[in-house]
Design a protein around this ligand. Structure first.
Ligand code: NAD
Ligand code: TYD
Length: 339
């Protein structure tokens, strides 16, 4: 099988590349990635020298690039990870989110119509469901929960999901969608909560917590997400949406305190800063469908996963110092001001 993985130089895409190379050494992997600030070839070190791996630098929203790749390579299946993925950046500048996340997905879908594939899998997010109230811990997102987005990021991902489902209904394209909760683990870009707090704490810098730190996210170790996508590719039903999550809900403050404890650092590093605009209160996934249909269960609990992640950042300083480019430093200074 020849698998096209888009966005494979980013956090989850690269973990999926490594996962697939380990689990399916017979597969040929093509990776298409524009190498934005969030994509880095260092993240693919190891894969780049494999005979069954090929990297192509290119933009999923560039029709010519995508169509000529499909013409020459004829992939059997596509997994689309490529996206602008940071909510805060989408609040500052929605444009690029619309281009990459919506138009880019549309270009890939068109290419799959012209050069038929066995499966187009869209990697989506639980953020398309909006949020749940903090005081209703009995409520969870199911695949039937209405789309109800809050940020330009989640709106762009929801639009892409609707496009994917429309191509299934209209053109009978063999698609599937997964909507996962917040991931964490190796190669996570240090602008997102967990890696940002780890690298700041290691440097004894302030840890910027939005609002009161009461918002709740449902954390999943990235390897468990990769396993779930692999199972959907293998046996997930066409035209279906699968929620992925491991019932690991934590307030942001609890997450930050766990990281500080793990690193032996003081809670005095916590600095409360202005809240995010439109900040979603709580995400919580009901993963019953993927469990019942495909036998998926997460292997890594939060306490174990956070320990592994903290150790990884301690052991891979070169990686995270390397990806924190001038662009990222400028973003950090602008977004967090003087702290
Ligand atoms: P990321 O920002 O770390 O990586 C995105 C990758 O896409 C980068 O390598 C970047 O270079 C590439 N890219 C961006 N624009 C591109 C374009 N126009 N053409 C080609 N490549 C482009 O993101 P991530 O956290 O790995 O997320 C991957 C996917 O998973 C996204 O679709 C995201 O919406 C989804 N998701 C993420 C999470 C999470 O917690 N991080 C949770 C659920 C779903
Ligand atoms: P983030 O990692 O950006 O993921 P998402 O917004 O997609 O869930 O943020 C996770 C939570 O952490 C979210 O509630 C916002 C909060 N947060 C902070 O408190 N401080 C920060 O500096 C960042 C980046 C996030």
């Amino acid at each position: 099988m020849k698998l096209l993985i888009t966005g494979g130089a980013g956090f989850i895409g690269a973990n999926f590349v490594h996962h697939t190379l380990r689990k399916h050494p017979d597969r040929e992997i093509l990776c298409l990635d524009a190498l934005t600030y969030a994509g880095n070839l260092e993240t693919l070190k190891g894969a780049l020298t494999a005979d069954n791996f090929k990297f192509i630098k290119g933009d999923i929203a560039d029709r010519e690039t995508v169509f000529s790749l499909f013409e020459s390579e004829r992939p059997d299946a596509v997994v689309n990870f490529a996206a602008e993925s940071h909510v805060d950046r989408s609040i500052d500048n929605p444009d690029i989110f619309l281009r990459t996340n919506i138009l880019g997905t549309g270009v890939l879908l068109d290419a799959c119509r012209k050069y038929p594939v066995r499966r187009f899998h869209q990697v989506s997010t639980d953020e398309v469901y909006g949020d749940l109230p903090l005081d209703r811990t009995d409520l969870f997102f199911t695949e039937e929960t209405p789309i109800h987005t809050s940020s330009p990021y989640s709106a762009s991902k929801a639009a892409a999901d609707l496009l994917v489902l429309a191509y299934h209904r209209t053109y009978k394209l063999p698609v599937s969608i997964s909507r996962c909760s917040n991931n964490y683990g190796p190669y996570h870009f240090p602008e997102k909560l967990i890696p940002l707090m780890i690298v700041n704490a290691m440097a004894d810098k302030s840890l910027p917590v939005y609002g009161k730190g009461e918002n709740v996210r449902d954390w999943l170790y990235v390897e468990d997400h990769c396993e779930a996508i692999d199972l959907i590719l293998g046996g997930g039903r066409e035209g279906e949406v699968y929620n992925i999550g491991g019932h690991n809900e934590r307030t942001n403050l609890a997450v930050v305190k766990t990281i500080l404890r793990e690193l032996g650092k003081s809670e005095s590093l916590i600095t409360y800063v202005a809240d995010r605009l439109g900040h979603d209160l709580r995400y919580a996934i009901d993963p019953k469908k993927i469990g019942e249909e495909l036998g998926w269960t997460p292997r890594t609990g939060f306490d174990e996963g956070i320990k592994k992640t903290v150790r990884w950042y301690e052991d891979n300083r070169d990686w995270w110092e390397g990806v924190m480019s001038g662009e990222y430093r400028a973003y950090y200074a602008k977004h967090y001001g003087g702290i």
